[in-house]
Design a protein around this ligand. Structure first.
Ligand SMILES: C[S@@+](CC[C@H](N)C(=O)[O-])C[C@H]1O[C@@H](n2cnc3c(N)ncnc32)[C@H](O)[C@@H]1O
Length: 232
């Protein structure tokens, strides 16, 4: 557990320092450039997830956890009557805020491992966050999500499949040990949490904890799921 505390702290420092270069990963630029063919497949898979999100018709009070620079905030805005976005990094939040300065979004700067929402939501979204939740915090994280949902509410998540070519060219091979070594453009190194889930096993695990729904994949790069609390 003390190890996890340290990893969580490194992870926060890593994302704070990475904020200005975060979009390079999404856009497949610089160290993440693996050629035009891969970029096409990556972008097509992201489009598939945008469609999957739209297909479940998010609505009402929406909460985005670990919002980052806003790659998914933009897809939540049209559906929300109220949008709340949480992230631990003020740098990430500032980039997000600048992108959507004409939109009413409530930003909360908080560590998701201690933050507890003060209201309830119809739809809770988190992308590329679950993989960064240490195994020791998996259950408490999902309990926090459960507690923050209104009756009939849903949680939607997107995350990474273990595809070696999704990471930067100068990163080590991805491993299944729940950790990853990351570098920033200036060469600084960080160790963070990174779990790669098998979609069927994750679905089973969540169903075993009282969630209804499915975990699917886009094939090569991503997994996603839409779940509701079967107890509510
Ligand atoms: C991989 S990024 C995902 C960003 C965004 N959801 C996206 O899909 O582009 C992970 C995000 O988690 C945030 N984060 C890291 N540790 C956190 C923590 N303990 N509490 C809240 N947010 C955290 C980072 O600042 C970063 O914005």
């Amino acid at each position: 557990m003390s190890d996890d505390k340290e990893l969580i702290q490194h992870q926060i420092e890593y994302y704070r320092a990475r904020a200005a270069e975060y979009d390079q990963w999404v856009n497949r630029e610089f160290r993440y450039d693996r050629g035009e063919e891969q970029k096409k497949r990556w972008m097509a898979a992201r489009k598939d997830m945008e469609k999957a999100l739209a297909d479940v018709h998010p609505s009402g009070d929406i909460l985005e956890l670990a919002c980052g620079t806003g790659f998914w905030t933009v897809h939540l805005i049209p559906f929300a009557t109220r949008l709340t976005a949480v992230d631990v990094s003020p740098e990430m939040i500032e980039i997000n805020r600048q992108k959507f300065k004409d939109t009413q979004i409530e930003y909360i700067e908080a560590d998701l491992f201690s933050w507890r929402p003060s209201s309830k939501f119809d739809f809770i979204f988190f992308s590329f966050w679950l993989s960064h939740v240490p195994a020791s915090h998996f259950d408490s994280f999902w309990e926090m999500v459960r507690g923050a949902l209104k009756p009939g509410g849903r949680a939607f998540f997107i995350d990474s499949l273990m595809t070696q070519e999704s990471t930067a060219i100068n990163h080590a091979q991805l491993e299944k040990d729940g950790k990853a070594k990351r570098k920033l453009n200036d060469g600084s190194e960080y160790e963070i949490v990174k779990h790669f889930y098998d979609p069927a096993k994750l679905e089973q695990r969540l169903q075993g904890r009282g969630w209804t729904g499915h975990v699917k994949t886009t094939g090569e790069f991503f997994l996603y799921g839409c779940l509701s609390d079967s107890k509510k």
